[in-house]
Write a protein that binds this ligand. Structure first.
Ligand SMILES: *[C@@H]1O[C@H](CO)[C@@H](O)[C@H](O)[C@H]1NC(C)=O
Ligand SMILES: *[C@@H]1O[C@H](CO)[C@@H](O)[C@H](O)[C@H]1NC(C)=O
Ligand SMILES: *[C@@H]1O[C@H](CO)[C@@H](O)[C@H](O)[C@H]1NC(C)=O
Ligand SMILES: *[C@@H]1O[C@H](CO)[C@@H](O)[C@H](O)[C@H]1NC(C)=O
Ligand SMILES: *[C@@H]1O[C@H](CO)[C@@H](O)[C@H](O)[C@H]1NC(C)=O
Ligand SMILES: *[C@@H]1O[C@H](CO)[C@@H](O)[C@H](O)[C@H]1NC(C)=O
Ligand SMILES: *[C@@H]1O[C@H](CO)[C@@H](O)[C@H](O)[C@H]1NC(C)=O
Ligand SMILES: *[C@@H]1O[C@H](CO)[C@@H](O)[C@H](O)[C@H]1NC(C)=O
Length: 551
């Protein structure tokens, strides 16, 4: 609609407003005055709640009266009720002049239709693009809306002075989408996700049952304003509730974006303080999403994503991913051909060990999973059961027989590190070793933990690092196969073959070039994301009958 308005070049002023809002004559006066402003401008104004006794339409319909019968004057400043409309799109009036010039410099994200947030997005984007004068005219009463929208409120925090919320739009959007998709737990007893609530009220029974399905499959959506969820996740929620309340409550100011690492950890970590870490740059964006969709589908909610560049960060925010930006990663690298053996690959992989170490120091266990690792099931309980001072890593050995802990056979694209002294010290040694190495970080893992020539090897699947007594377990390849093992990727039905073996994952490595890699995963049916619609496959397809359309 904005684009259509922009195309109407013979228009002086565009006003975008929900049809249910009653525009007051005051808006004509206001726009008349604004049209005298020299330059391009953009105006927002919050409408007022019509159930407020201050505003009653008098019998004749010609004027508004207060409860005491006195005529309402809309010319004086009246504070808007930001608190009752926060996070909602409704009630917001937007107007701008000179439609032939741009409103903002942003790229319109893939909003869910009817889920709110797009008006706020537009307002914040115009504000931050600084291409127009921006006016918040909320203290002028320009419109009234007919019904309660208190049910619409969610995370958007409002500022005390009744002006536009001072938090970034990203926070509300990401938070909302994450809750809808179930990426991570973020819910307080009072929170509601009203869009489905509305859908339920409006439509037939089949939507009701659909909502039930959503609720019973761990989505934090309320039907009657009560929180629903599955017990395991509710417990988990308990762990992160304090962090959530700290971050989301409107009494405290919302956190700055990008999210800090420690805040995200608090939000996503499971009951044992473990997280799954994915790291991705923009050329691996679709692969990242496929990976994230897969984890969502498996109900793995304790994952988080480290974005290597700003594009990936923004993209991830708008997909509801719990994402943080690595401030130290190289920004000038083109990740387009960031495959094994390239300089870029070395830099990216060195980022990973550094971030893992940071998380371990913050007290969380980390399962690092490259985004080209496809998950069949959740290996976390198994990996956690390896115990303290044990480092579980994928073996990159391709020979089907013989030891799996030979030199340089440790794959640093999938490993579980516990936040204990031995592991932290060993990781410090690895990061240091990698920093002074001309290779990627992968050989550093082996050389540090197992000794350059495998001198610390024990048996056929272990090493013992002598300084820390850290045990390295090379994970059973039937459960954690690499991309060369048993030619699994060449099998006609990769999924069935892996299922027979009992695989938790399969690594899409031992292949060069990103395009081939993506192709291999797609043709094997181990791909969960549709980049054109930006939707997860499967998960939403059952509801793809128009109930929740995407823009
Ligand atoms: C509208 O105003 C009335 C009276 O002030 C109040 O009781 C009600 O909660 C308000 N509704 C919303 C959505 O703020
Ligand atoms: C939730 O957290 C509170 C306070 O930390 C604790 O007392 C309570 O036992 C926890 N409940 C569950 C189910 O873990
Ligand atoms: C990125 O910038 C750094 C520092 O300016 C430079 O050393 C490095 O070679 C650059 N990398 C690429 C791939 O251009
Ligand atoms: C958490 O720890 C308990 C007790 O050690 C264990 O039984 C459970 O499997 C662990 N859960 C995960 C997800 O690691
Ligand atoms: C695989 O391992 C077996 C036994 O350990 C050995 O005899 C064989 O030479 C190895 N094959 C390759 C290709 O390294
Ligand atoms: C871990 O290291 C810290 C600091 O070096 C020390 O205070 C603590 O006792 C150690 N914990 C264990 C279990 O060794
Ligand atoms: C590993 O083996 C190579 C070749 O046999 C040897 O030159 C090197 O010194 C050995 N390194 C260690 C740490 O033993
Ligand atoms: C490692 O284990 C050995 C033998 O049990 C012990 O003597 C040594 O103190 C341990 N080292 C550390 C750092 O715990």
């Amino acid at each position: 609609m904005v684009a259509r308005a922009q195309a109407a070049a013979d228009t002086d002023v565009c006003v975008l407003v929900d049809a249910e809002i009653v525009l007051l004559p005051e808006i004509v006066n206001a726009l008349d005055r604004f049209s005298k402003v020299d330059g391009d401008w953009f105006l927002v104004s919050l409408s007022r709640n019509v159930t407020d006794p201050r505003y009653q339409l008098a019998d004749s319909g010609s004027h508004w009266v207060q409860a005491d019968g006195k005529e309402v004057s809309f010319t004086e400043e009246i504070p808007a009720e930001w608190s009752s409309s926060e996070g909602s799109d409704r009630g917001l009036i937007m107007a701008w002049n000179n439609p032939s010039s741009a409103l903002h410099a942003g790229v319109l994200p893939s909003f869910l239709y009817g889920r709110g947030a797009q008006n706020w997005w537009l307002a914040h984007e115009v504000l931050s693009s600084e291409m127009r004068l921006f006016f918040d005219a909320s203290s002028l009463v320009l419109g009234l809306y007919p019904e309660s929208i208190s049910a619409m409120q969610h995370v958007m925090a409002s500022s005390k002075n009744g002006r536009l919320p001072s938090v970034s739009w990203e926070y509300g959007v990401n938070h909302h989408l994450a809750a809808v998709y179930g990426s991570y737990c973020c819910r307080s007893p009072a929170r509601r996700f009203p869009m489905l609530h509305r859908v339920v009220k409006q439509s037939e029974d089949y939507m009701l049952s659909k909502v039930d399905t959503l609720v019973s499959s761990d989505f934090f959506i309320s039907k009657q304003g009560n929180a629903h969820g599955v017990d395991s996740l509710r417990k988990k929620q308990n762990v992160s509730l304090s962090g959530y309340l700290h971050g989301c409550s409107s009494e405290t100011s919302a956190p700055d974006l990008p999210y800090s690492l420690s805040m995200l950890l608090d939000l996503v970590a499971d009951e044992n303080g473990s997280v799954v870490l994915g790291v991705a740059g923009k050329s691996y964006r679709d692969m990242l999403m496929s990976w994230a969709c897969r984890l969502r589908r498996l109900r793995v909610t304790n994952f988080l994503v480290c974005a290597l560049d700003h594009e990936t960060y923004e993209f991830s925010i708008l997909q509801g991913l719990p994402v943080f930006r690595d401030p130290l990663s190289p920004t000038n690298v083109s990740f387009d051909d960031c495959h094994f053996g390239t300089k870029c690959f070395q830099q990216v992989t060195k980022v990973k060990s550094r971030i893992v170490l940071e998380i371990l120091r913050l007290g969380y266990n980390v399962l690092l999973s490259d985004v080209d690792v496809y998950w069949f099931g959740n290996p976390m309980p198994l990996l956690y059961s390896l115990g303290l001072a044990t480092f579980g890593a994928q073996s990159d050995e391709y020979n089907e027989t013989g030891p799996i802990n030979l030199p340089r056979r440790l794959n640093s694209g999938f490993y579980f590190a516990r936040s204990d002294n031995a592991t932290i010290i060993a990781m410090e040694m690895i990061v240091k070793h990698a920093a002074s190495s001309g290779l990627s970080e992968q050989p550093s893992f082996y050389d540090v933990l197992c000794g350059e020539n495998g001198t610390n090897r024990i048996g056929e699947d272990r090493c013992l690092e002598p300084n820390t007594n850290l045990t390295v377990v090379f994970l059973d390849r039937d459960l954690f196969p690499n991309g060369a093992y048993k030619g699994l990727w060449e099998k006609r039905d990769v999924r069935a073959t892996c299922k027979e073996l009992g695989c938790f994952i399969i690594h899409n490595n031992w292949i060069n070039k990103r395009r081939k890699k993506v192709h291999r995963q797609m043709v094997s049916g181990l791909w969960d994301y549709d980049p054109t619609s930006r939707q997860c496959l499967q998960e939403w397809s059952a509801q793809n009958d128009g109930a929740i359309p995407f823009v």
